[in-house]
Design a protein around this ligand. Sequence first.
Ligand code: GRF
Length: 185
Amino acid sequence: MVKKNACIFISGKGSNLKNLIKKSREYNFPVKVKLVVSNNPTADGLNYAKKNSIPYLIIDTKSRNYEEKIIKELRRYNISLICLAGYMKIISKRFLSNYKKKIINIHPSLLPKFKGLNTFTRILKNKEKKTGCTIHHVNEKLDGGNIIVQKSFYIKHNDNEISLKNKTQQLEYLAFPEAIIKIFR
Ligand code: GRF
């Protein structure tokens, strides 16, 4: 199988990055992780890039034209899929138009419910019965693009923000690879 090249954008822990690197080693997984982009120079996730000898780019989002720098690297590595995995910055319209239909994001709720930040606090406050995660295409609206994969679980009476986050992340590790397979099927 000829694999396409993927780039993973992170800002923090990078457990989804770790999982995608592992998955991409499977011979029939459609992409390989060729590049990692982080807006945070101290993101723990960068260690997975280093450990696996994957080139990484640390960007300073305060510098002008930082997206141009990213695009230059994406072209250099012939990237056909961008996965936002805990990337905490908004992607500009201009950037989106360069990579239409090629950017996907993971969000820790059952979209369209609970877009934006602090999802677990709001989910508990709202006394939801179910929650989960969503992989969706990225468009100019925050957490608004077409849904590719969603996975859910029932919330228990003793769940708290930490347990919800843990359970959601376990589903994320299944949902992200599944969405990538679906895209290239
Ligand atoms: C994930 O829970 C994802 O839903 C959210 O950010 C988190 C990133 O986690 N967008 P990690 O850095 O992959 O561990």
